[in-house]
Write a protein that binds this ligand. Structure first.
Ligand code: BGC
Length: 719
């Protein structure tokens, strides 16, 4: 039993956490109290190992006090799994966003929590709920979509699931929706934009139990997020009541160490970097008080105590890592994530599903068909024991069928295999080279200025040398924001070649968010959006294409016909203004029909959704609807409820998603569903207050935004 364990026992026995945390704090030396406020590794040696390839392969440690058994935070990234060891690689968060399945997401969170805990971590850093403001954002794949309510529900489910085993960290607070400029851009936003669009998802995840918040790199309304008092204290703690730990993003997450403490940032991550040098002097000359340090240290201790006191299960065995059960879950998630965008007849029947009994020869074309493509190679990378590619999945599912593969580099060979096939599957899209995290430290003098002096020759210059590339400073770069919204010319050409030769051309698109498809989408009978489907993705794809699984994914973003219809995106901006308008809301406002709307997804069956009634019950709106599977096979759809207030005195989206519910139905099955909408989802932010404007609200039940078969109910709401 350590001293820390004794204090956990006090909480279990019913003592108040804050009192116990202060008692533990009183046992720390001043050095240990200050040591809580940053990461545990020294900067240059830490950076050397980070750049030496083991970045994030062991947990990042902060605020640990071995003398007293205080574990500190043992952080590991996500969201598509655990970065440690050979862990289960789930579909990326954006793919899971397409499932609209919060129960599934909670199970994914639990599996990730188990795998992390089994490997010695205690903090899952993969609950990313930055809104997809524009599909060119390099890290789009790490979030769930463009809609605040949907992203909030999914993130909350992940955090809930993980919290049974580890603490959950929600990131990046806030307004971090562009990549290349993340270290320099100032994002300005007015109160309504902040509170109604870009912050509510964070609040939802915190209310679901997230213990840790990571601040963003960018600045918001002129103050760097890591030292932004409005965000970290006024909103997060005072308004929302967050009682956990705030940590910085890595290395460049703060610029003024003293201001960052005063603003409410608890731990500078991941190294002893700026604070270790600056805080002792600031405490000596009175720019910082010990009470500021102790407030942060008390929160850091209290959060750990709370977490360990609520752990009820033993540490899972290492065998949970990439266990059969977790791989099955990864496959289930991938199956539910696949979005069927188009399925036109070829002859008398729709192009999909393919009937295995009628297949002799199948052509599979495109380099991505035979390549593990699980997403970004930045902080969210996961290293699974194997990856099932689309080609692997099809071969495993069709052992009797001859499958010819061509990577697409030889057009003649492509034509040849396609000509002799019963159907042609073309896999196209993006990889980690086209989009992902962008790390470029070496080129930025403003960030180099945040490094401690390089160690002298005698003190380990070898370490600094290992860490130093590109002109003597660390510099790594990859991924980044996307250069284009459509497919590459090579991919488009491949689709043209194949679709000219074969009527049954099925295009499978990989990539982290919306990809425009004009020019080719109407030339092919079937389009499937696969996103980055994780280690079992190939099996999932095969099962959907062959009809063993009925597709049920729905787009968590709109796909426009033209990039010009979206919000502006300047990857190199130093200043940008966010407003209420992006994605489907902007398309609706401007009268631009999308190629595929937010919430859209086809099935091998059909559903009808009828509105029955709506009423207000206290602070909740209750809608009842009848959902029927009107087709011949079992399937699932997502009932989506949108709300609008025609004639509102506030500028607001025509309709905004307020809740959703995914349901599986047998053929012919009819089911009544009830949807509950918290009144807050209708509120606007008006001079520091939330206001539910009185009026006649229109609630539309539909299977996607703008669905002509949607049914509306009018409800008068007086406050
Ligand atoms: C990313 C964070 C990540 C951290 C640690 C940063 O560059 O922005 O999302 O958690 O690295 O890997």
């Amino acid at each position: 039993m350590t001293v820390f364990d004794d204090h956990v026992a006090l909480i279990r026995a019913g003592d108040p956490i804050d009192v116990v945390a202060r008692a533990l704090l009183a046992l720390l030396t001043p050095e240990e109290r200050l040591g809580c406020l940053d990461g545990d590794l020294e900067f240059w040696s830490g950076l050397a190992s980070m750049l030496g390839g083991d970045s994030g392969r062991v947990p990042w440690s902060g605020a640990a006090i071995p003398r007293l058994g205080v574990p500190g935070i043992q952080f590991s990234d996500g969201p598509r799994g655990v970065k440690l060891g050979a862990a289960t690689c789930f579909p990326v968060a954006m793919a899971r966003g397409a499932t609209w399945d919060t129960d599934l997401e909670e199970r994914v969170g639990r599996a990730i929590g188990e795998e992390l805990r089994a490997q010695g971590g205690n903090l899952f850093g993969g609950v990313c709920v930055n809104l997809l403001r524009h599909p060119k954002w390099g890290r789009a794949q790490e979030t769930y979509g463009e809609d605040p309510s949907h992203v909030g529900e999914m993130g909350a489910a992940l955090a809930r699931g993980a919290s049974g085993h580890v603490m959950a960290c929600v990131k990046h607070f806030a307004l971090n929706s562009m990549e290349n400029a993340r270290f320099k851009v100032d994002v300005s936003a007015d109160e309504r934009t902040l509170h109604e669009v870009y912050l509510p998802q964070f609040r939802q995840v915190i209310e679901a139990g997230a213990d840790v918040v990571m601040s963003a790199y960018n600045s918001v309304n002129g103050a760097w997020c890591g030292e932004n008092r409005t965000l970290l204290t006024d909103i997060l703690r005072d308004e929302w009541g967050f009682g956990g730990i705030v940590i910085s993003d890595w290395i460049a997450g703060l610029r003024d160490p003293v201001a960052s403490v005063k603003a409410g940032l608890d731990i500078e991550m991941p190294f002893r970097q700026q604070r270790a040098r600056a805080l002792p002097g600031a405490l000596a000359d009175g720019r910082l008080n010990w009470s500021d340090v102790d407030d942060a240290a008390a929160r850091i201790l209290a959060t750990q105590l709370r977490h360990y006191a609520r752990l009820t299960t033993p540490t899972p065995p290492i065998s949970v890592v990439a266990s059969e059960e977790h791989r099955a879950l990864a496959r289930e998630a991938a199956e539910k994530a696949i979005v069927l965008l188009r399925n036109e007849p070829v002859g008398p029947e729709p192009a999909l599903p393919l009937d295995p009994a009628r297949l002799n020869r199948l052509a599979v074309v495109g380099r991505l068909a035979a390549r593990p493509n699980t997403g970004d190679h930045g902080s969210s990378d996961v290293h699974p024991p194997h990856v099932v590619t689309p080609l692997d999945g099809l071969r495993a599912a069709l052992p009797e069928v001859t499958i010819d593969f061509e990577d697409g580099s030889d057009q003649e060979a492509v034509r040849r295999v396609v000509l002799g096939a019963d159907a042609a599957i073309v896999v196209v899209g993006l990889t980690a080279r086209d989009e992902g995290e962008y790390i470029s430290i070496g080129g930025d003098p403003a960030i180099q200025a945040l490094f401690p002096p390089r160690p002298a020759e005698t003190e380990g210059a070898a370490l600094a040398r290992r860490a130093a590339v590109a002109g003597g400073q660390p510099n790594v770069s990859m991924g980044g924001d996307r250069a284009r919204l459509g497919l590459s010319e090579r991919d488009v050409e491949l689709i043209e070649t194949v679709s000219t030769v074969h009527a049954r051309t099925i295009v499978v698109v990989m990539g982290g968010s919306a990809i425009t498809m004009e020019g080719w989408r109407e030339r092919v009978p079937a389009i499937v959006y696969l996103c980055y489907p994780g280690m079992e993705g190939g099996h999932a794809l095969a099962r959907v294409l062959l009809g063993a699984v009925n597709p049920s994914g729905h787009l968590p973003f709109a796909i426009p016909v033209d990039e010009a219809h979206l919000a502006e995106f300047d990857a190199e901006a130093t200043a940008v203004r966010y407003d209420l308008w992006h994605g489907q809301w902007k398309l609706d406002r401007d009268g631009h029909a999308p190629a595929y709307p937010f919430g859209f997804g086809l099935s091998y069956t059909t559903f009808s959704l009828k509105a029955i009634s709506g009423r207000r019950n206290g602070r909740v709106i209750e809608l009842r609807a009848e959902l029927t599977n009107t087709g011949l096979v079992a399937g699932a759809t997502v009932a989506q409820a949108y709300a609008g207030l025609p004639g509102s005195r506030f500028e607001r989206p025509q309709r905004r998603l307020v809740t959703f519910s995914r349901a599986d139905l047998r053929p012919g099955e009819r089911r009544e569903i009830e949807m509950k909408i918290p009144m807050e989802r209708l509120a606007v932010r008006d001079s520091g207050n939330w206001l539910v404007e009185p009026g006649d609200y229109v609630f539309t039940l539909a299977q996607y935004a703008g669905d002509p078969d949607g049914e509306s109910l009018r409800l008068h709401i007086d406050v």
